[in-house]
Write a protein that binds this ligand. Sequence first.
Ligand code: RIB
Ligand code: CA
Length: 326
Amino acid sequence: MSKKIIIDTDPAMGTKGGDPEDCFAIMLAMNSPELEILGITTVQGNVPVERGYSNAKYLVKEFNKDIPVHTGSPGTYDAERNKKRSWLAEREGMEQITPILKPSPEEISAPSFIAKTCRENSQDIEIVTIGPLTNIAHALDEEPELAKHIKKITMMAGAAKIPGNVTPAAEFNIWADPESAEKVFRSGIDFTLVPLDVCHQTKFSRDQLNTIGDNSHPLCKFVYESVKPWIQINPNQNIIDQGLHLYDSLAMALSFKPDLAEFKDAFVTVETKGEYTDGETVCEFNESIMGQVFKPEPNAKVALDIDVEGFNRLFEERVLNYLINL
Ligand code: RIB
Ligand code: CA
């Protein structure tokens, strides 16, 4: 039986210069019989909300899928934080390839969709988050019993034992909205963290992109045009030549094939008050001195190692080969 999920995402494939990788994760989900996607909700992150919403709608249409898409509002969960992250809602200069679409006035918001769908599928639904946690935090306000309805959230988020990627302390999805992450981590919802530690073991190469670009199918051209600028501007010097990390695709894969990873229980919190460490995920595996003394109850499973070849095979079979053979 397939697993019912909602995908919460900040998809930028369709916006030149945005991180396009969420869309590979969505493609993986759409091509995986293990998953039944009840909806896609979009959040501010890689791109402003109107662009993410439009990119998600475009992809769903190209795949001929009947999956509802709902957008969150611009801004972070906390108004004060929003002043510091205001540029996330801006970035007007980015070239948009997909047409900008606006939700109809009667369309419900992403948080309302999450709250309603989880209520209606209580204990039979999971969420895969591959962007900041703003929509989930708002959904918790709308439905305080949300934790009882959701079986689990698998989230691409954080860095457990290594530095961050957007600052030395923080990973992008958490840094973009630390207060929402704090609210979700404390909510009682079971969650699995797929942090940079394991995501950095994955790679999407320039050669793979070129192979997609060799196919003249419009969807392949679209993927090629969207991904090429990101490979060029990505500031991580180590991966410029080899390609990109498949952060979100890995989280998606682990949501239905957890045997591809090894997990460890941890009490996971987030720094919201640090001057230099805002958005840092602090993972207590009860291995520190204080952890051994106070033994905080774990609230998460954290992926610390993966079967890279197994993941690559899955990605190749369900995303790469699908595109190449269109
Ligand atoms: O830090 C990696 C995360 O932020 C991923 O979800 C990716 O989409 C990115 O920009
Ligand atoms: Ca993402």
